[in-house]
Design a protein around this ligand. Structure first.
Ligand code: 8YV
Length: 321
């Protein structure tokens, strides 16, 4: 019997791709590479596979009359046109929980790295410069003030780790979480003014675009560091480059960018930034767990079973638990 057809809208992680290949015929970006061929088979597509960074536009979903699920390999699904998916009765799933620890770990890694200059110190040793004299002093992380922008699962996991460093932790979010026991600020700017490290971990998309702008960076100030493990779109990248260049803030640790995998060249040579290539969830253990969950959601969706982890907007959809 022929395997059911699914569309991969981007290059998938091999673990997710291999799992899908066992059960499905996977069409690799056919909507982009072969428009005529895609028209001929669009109605056979029963599922759409995507990632946190990729785009699943409404126009594509409208061409898939028999799609039963969009399964995103990632917790963020800002690339998916969810209202259009819902309008067409196509639920969207993602991979929450399984990557929370890794993303929180990398956020703390960037806090330590920018505060203590770990990446720069590594370069200093490798360049043979130690004999010239000691590496410049860093910023003490333990006991410093940490602000978290976005207080969902990952934001809370960052707070738990930061409390182990004896940090004074505060946050901003759409609403105050009464049970957090932490100080709440109503805006990113108000929070930034009160902290040494500002860690951004909100969902991406239109609602948070440029939430971190020139005003917030000014409030963070010349001794403040920005960490972004959310989406590049949340930070006004040009304002950030200017702030780093002009000493408006002390430095930044960035895992995400506006136009990945392109990173603005202006950042490459800045001594006060640490740059990582969108790798917050990139461990063997977590990528396996993400692949298992994304595959299980695809399988459930295409066979009419309850979905394991639908995105919140799709929880109420008929046939979705
Ligand atoms: C990516 C992410 O999905 O979970 C998210 O939202 O951004 C990442 O985990 C991952 O890089 C796979 O593309």
């Amino acid at each position: 019997m022929a395997k059911p057809d699914v569309l991969a809208v981007t290059k998938l992680h091999p673990l997710y791709r291999q799992a899908l290949d066992a059960l499905y015929t996977v069409h690799d970006r056919t909507h982009e590479t072969d428009s005529a061929g895609f028209d001929a088979m669009a109605q056979r597509i029963v599922g759409v596979a995507s990632t946190g960074e990729a785009s699943v536009p409404g126009g594509l979903l409208s061409r898939l009359p028999n799609a039963k699920v969009v399964s995103v390999f990632g917790v963020g699904y800002d690339g998916v046109d969810v209202p259009t998916a819902i309008a067409h009765g196509i639920p969207v799933t993602h991979t929450p929980e399984v990557l929370t620890d890794d993303v929180a770990d990398l956020a703390m890694g960037l806090v330590l790295s920018v505060g203590r200059g770990i990446a720069q110190a590594d370069q200093y040793v490798r360049a043979g410069r130690w004999p010239e004299g000691p590496f410049p002093l860093g910023r003490k992380v333990s006991g410093a003030r940490l602000g978290i922008v976005g207080f969902g699962r990952i934001g809370k996991a960052i707070a738990r780790r930061a409390s182990g460093f004896g940090m004074a932790i505060a946050y901003t979010a759409r609403s105050e979480k009464a049970d957090s026991g932490l100080r709440f600020f109503p805006s990113a700017a108000a929070l930034a003014a009160e902290v040494d490290f500002l860690v951004v971990i909100t969902p991406g998309g239109a609602a948070t675009r440029h939430l971190i702008n020139a005003e917030v960076l000014k409030a963070l100030g010349p001794r403040g560091f920005l960490i972004n493990v959310a989406r590049g779109s949340v930070v006004d990248e040009q304002a950030l480059i200017a702030a780093l260049h002009n000493g408006v803030i002390a430095g930044a640790g960035l895992d995400v960018y506006v136009n990945e995998p392109q990173v603005p060249e202006a950042l490459w040579s800045m001594p006060n930034v640490v740059l990582t290539p969108h790798m917050a969830s990139a461990t063997n253990e977590t990528r396996q767990a993400m692949a298992d969950l994304a595959f299980a959601n695809m399988q459930a969706g295409t066979s009419g079973q309850p979905l394991l982890t639908p995105v919140p907007e799709c929880v109420g959809m008929s046939g979705v638990r």
